[in-house]
Design a protein around this ligand. Structure first.
Ligand code: NDP
Length: 327
């Protein structure tokens, strides 16, 4: 038997609760993992609360991230006792995920726990840190360098935003952090932000083109914020767009793209091919300021994830939440 958060949807409605399950209930897969830690991402918040239809099969164990130890494997790359990490691949949406003490998965989805990180550190980073790194890699791929000017990060006090600020600052970029929480200015400066801006400057409808400000951008918010960021890009700047915390719409015009040669680079962590994942984790091992993890992260128990999920969606959680599934 193992403890898990289970989401059910039937004629009694949509609900998530802590439960005990038998190992025989685990889904198909060639690797069984004893989970040590999972996390709470924006998507997990949507799944647990039912706010958006991210869960596509019921009953579902949420949790898009996990770290743990292989208990059983018929996959050639993984042996009993190996430490492994999982991010995405629809886990927690269409396949039972990490908010449980046990998981059964496809070995092809796993990556070995990077030697640079402890299991807790790997989950402090997890999808948020790995997505922030994919955004940094997208900016680099499009030629954005620190010498070209400031880079802006929106939703900066959230999980992806905190990592984007920290990574970009460590790489030598001058980082403007956009937040709705002015009380987090010291936190963001501690991560390396040089300027902290009020998100109210970005959330209202703006002009198709505005004063050129940013060489690069990491946007976790979408909607008018993304449109305004695009309008403020310097000539040939690049925006890495990965989120929708402010809305899924994109009320922009083509002006920034056709008049300033701006690039809008989409970033997806879920189906990201394995070589890019391994590269992102490799880069995290060398480029992340590990001492920031304690400031960015807090750890909760499995049952607490149910209460913290709505707080996360309300933008009340700073940085990251690691879930100790055995606490
Ligand atoms: P968090 O909830 O930790 O962070 C989101 C942040 O966005 C908040 O902390 C807040 O930052 C800001 N925000 C929230 N609501 C609004 C609003 N209405 N208007 C403007 N800003 C808002 O989430 P994550 O960091 O985990 O994820 C961020 C986004 O990225 C989500 O949309 C998530 O779905 C997406 N994502 C996408 C991935 C991909 O593969 N493409 C992978 C991971 C996440 P502040 O208080 O500083 O203003």
């Amino acid at each position: 038997m193992f403890k898990a958060i289970l989401i059910e949807k039937d004629d009694q409605g949509y609900r998530a609760g802590l439960t005990e399950l038998d190992d025989s209930a685990l889904p198909e897969g060639d690797v069984t993992v004893r989970v040590a830690y999972s996390t709470l991402n924006y998507k997990d918040g949507l799944a647990i609360t039912g706010r958006s239809p991210v869960v596509r099969k019921f009953p579902m164990v949420p949790g898009v991230d996990l770290v743990g130890t292989v208990e059983h494997s018929s996959h050639p790359d993984y042996q009993v006792g190996d430490a492994v990490v999982l991010n995405g691949w629809g886990v927690g949406e269409t396949h039972w995920g990490g908010l449980a003490q046990r998981a059964r998965l496809k070995g092809d989805w796993l990556v070995p726990l990077p030697a640079a990180f402890t299991p807790w550190q790997a989950m402090a980073i997890a999808t948020a840190g790995y997505t922030a790194m994919l955004c940094v890699m997208a900016l680099e791929r499009h030629g954005v360098t620190p010498a070209q000017g400031e880079v802006v990060v929106t939703g900066a006090a959230g999980g992806v935003g905190s990592f984007a600020v920290s990574l970009l600052a460590k790489l030598g970029y001058s980082v403007a952090a956009v937040t709705g929480r002015p009380q987090e200015a010291d936190y963001l400066k501690g991560l390396g932000a040089t300027t902290v801006l009020d998100r109210a400057e970005f959330t209202a409808p703006g002009k198709p083109l505005a004063k050129e400000r940013w060489a690069g951008a990491v946007d976790t918010v979408g909607s008018h914020t993304l449109a305004n960021v695009c309008a403020q890009m310097k000539y040939r700047g690049t925006v890495a767009a990965c989120g929708l915390a402010g809305g899924m719409d994109f009320p922009s015009t083509v002006a920034p793209f056709i008049l300033r040669g701006v690039t809008l680079a989409g970033v997806d962590s879920v189906m990201c091919p394995r070589p890019d994942r391994l590269q992102a984790w490799q880069r995290l091992a060398t480029d992340l300021e590990v001492s920031h993890l304690d400031a960015i992260t807090r750890t909760i128990g499995l049952a607490e994830a149910l209460d913290v999920a709505p707080q996360l969606l309300a933008g009340q959680v700073r940085g990251r939440v690691v879930v100790d599934v055995n606490a």
